[in-house]
Design a protein around this ligand. Structure first.
Ligand code: GUN
Length: 298
């Protein structure tokens, strides 16, 4: 299969974000401000948040990291969110997930002001997305759409099979792909852990989006030759033979698809880099809507 290069698409999006921020500053506007909240010392979360902050710096977006101990109570976190919601300087808020088990993710998501919810996780944003109204869309689905757009992949009238129904990826991407929009108008089939005979459906896919959270779930027998396969899974697998001791794999057994015709957005190097690029684009959208400042067309 040919590769869809997420890094290349992300670089183009980052460059566009940087141009917009530079133009805003030239018009004497303040830079957008993104605040990331990190609770505890989850290793992967530390890495993700550091990458988000670095991407902000590169694009000229101001950022602040609020680091909280593992022992932070839910009430303390909600009070911090109330302050950030009320702070007129703050354009975007993201609370890195997962949270310690004594804090309800639902409560935290619902306590983030929808206009500052750059993760697009708040029910108001999800509801607006479902109604095809302007909304902050979750970053990974937005990244998938950006990938399809960049490569000019025709979606209208195609069959799109989504494997997974999470709030973060499967459900919103199923909605986006079926809607009347440039990278939409697909006939969508959403599969999940209770789907009987998964290959029966996935073989129908012109576009197969896999976000099941199961390493290597999708093999050769699931894929129709010529399909566009987008792997959204991400797993650390122990690999004592490698210097860093682990390998990153997705939900697709990519090695089984090498000789097939079609396109693959692989893991790593596919939609991963696009997630951060979309988060920064959401920060610009949040800035523009809340402050009533049009984004320069650069
Ligand atoms: N943890 C894993 N992915 C994400 C994400 O997109 N946003 C946040 N806030 N936490 C995450």
């Amino acid at each position: 299969m040919e590769r869809l290069d997420g890094k290349k698409v992300a670089d183009a999006l980052h460059a566009q974000t940087a141009r917009v921020v530079a133009a805003l500053k030239q018009q004497q506007h303040e830079a957008p401000l993104l605040v990331a909240v990190l609770v505890g010392n989850h290793a992967a979360s530390e890495t993700y948040v550091a990458s988000k902050i670095k991407a902000c710096e590169r694009a000229g977006i101001a950022s602040r990291l609020v680091r909280l101990p593992e022992t932070t109570t839910q009430a303390e976190l909600l009070a911090i969110l109330a302050d950030l919601n009320a702070d007129a300087d703050v354009d975007g808020i993201l609370v890195q997930l997962p949270l310690p088990s004594h804090i309800s993710e639902t409560a935290v998501i619902e306590a983030t002001h929808p206009a500052k919810d750059v993760d697009g996780f708040h029910p108001e944003n999800m509801g607006r997305l479902a109604k095809n109204l302007p909304a902050l869309a979750p970053a990974t689905p937005a990244g998938i759409v950006a990938m399809l757009a960049h490569y000019g992949i025709e979606t209208k009238g195609k069959t799109c099979v989504v494997v997974g129904r999470s709030n973060v990826v499967g459900t919103p991407i199923s909605l986006l792909m079926s809607q009347n929009r440039p990278q939409g108008n697909c006939t969508v089939i959403t599969c999940h852990s209770h789907t009987v005979d998964l290959p029966r459906y996935t073989q129908m896919a012109d576009i197969l989006i896999v976000a099941a959270g199961k390493p290597g779930l999708i093999g050769k027998e699931h894929v129709r030759p010529g399909a566009v396969v987008i792997d959204v899974g991400i797993h650390r697998i122990d690999a004592p033979d490698l210097p860093r001791g682990y390998r990153i794999v997705g939900d697709v057994a990519a090695e089984q698809l090498t000789d097939m015709s079609g396109w693959l957005s692989p893991v790593p190097g596919g939609v991963g880099p696009l997630t951060i690029a979309s988060l920064l684009q959401n920060t610009l959208q949040a800035y523009s809507r809340r402050r009533g400042i049009a984004l320069p067309n650069v």
